[in-house]
Write a protein that binds this ligand. Sequence first.
Ligand SMILES: Nc1ncnc2c1ncn2[C@@H]1O[C@H](COP(=O)(O)OP(=O)(O)OP(=O)(O)O)[C@@H](O)[C@H]1O
Length: 312
Amino acid sequence: MSDGQSRPTSGSGQIVVSGLTKQYRNLRAVDNLSFTIAPGRVTGFLGPNGAGKTTTLRMLLNLVTPTAGTATFGGRRYADLQQPLQHVGAVLEASSAHKGRTGINHLRVICAAAGLPRQRADEALAMVGLTPAANRKFKGYSLGMKQRLGIAAAMLGDPQVLVLDEPANGLDPEGIRWMRGFLRALAAEGRTVLVSSHLLSEMQLLADDVVIIAAGKLVRQGPVDTVIGSMAHSSRVRVRTPQADALANALAAQSATVTRDADGVLLIDGVDAPAVGRAALAAQVELHELTTERLDLEGVFLELTSGKAGIR
Ligand SMILES: Nc1ncnc2c1ncn2[C@@H]1O[C@H](COP(=O)(O)OP(=O)(O)OP(=O)(O)O)[C@@H](O)[C@H]1O
């Protein structure tokens, strides 16, 4: 986003997590987790409360020491990166800064400490739309402005990889929309974008790939469409008819599974909508509604993680 150029999608932006484990006293917060995150894509990191997302991200960034396993960026552990800010940008919680410091000065202090040119502070602030608030003190920033400042700080080193924990927290709908465009543009430049979130409908719009964990373990990984399509009931047919018994009998002959909801609507698995329409025509059944319902990411998430309650 700094120069509008495409970045090389070489292995340098690949994140590889292998056998990552974190054992707290009585709790295995992260349990033998392995997955790969590709450059040039936005990956959603999803899991119920307490699943181990933050612990995993903190291990990636060398803020928590793993009990076992490794996490690498382009083959190197975070601790071994020569200039980490120029390789990996991270926002783990709404930015904290000296309360009396202005937004621009907060970024300049980080630039000075990391040996980055001072003008990067202005560029990063502009990137997140905070230029009008550059000279306002941090204590007067809203939660959404603090989130943007955190992202600006993460962008100072023009990193190949972005890691964000719940970046939409505190953002209003316009802010969430901005964030989506911002992260998608970074991925389009060839960067690696890893984002944890609870907002599944937002993730469906934002993410190319997902990694879903529950109780510290990997549940599913892959492109969003593939993960949704992998579910046994990724779509089903919904029918409203005054002759439900006749249609159910006709469909039984086609090895469809028919259930009825409380309103008498038939929910049909195992055959598609045209097949249901043909069966209805052949049996002279009158239809008032015939639609295909597709599982969305939220439905998939709930199905995959049900019974694996996050709070442990
Ligand atoms: N320092 C710690 N000591 C002991 N237990 C911890 C520590 N840090 C995290 N845990 C526990 O590890 C588990 C995973 O926590 P983590 O914060 O990684 O989950 P999460 O998926 O990020 O959850 P949320 O979505 O609620 O933020 C939780 O049960 C948590 O209580």
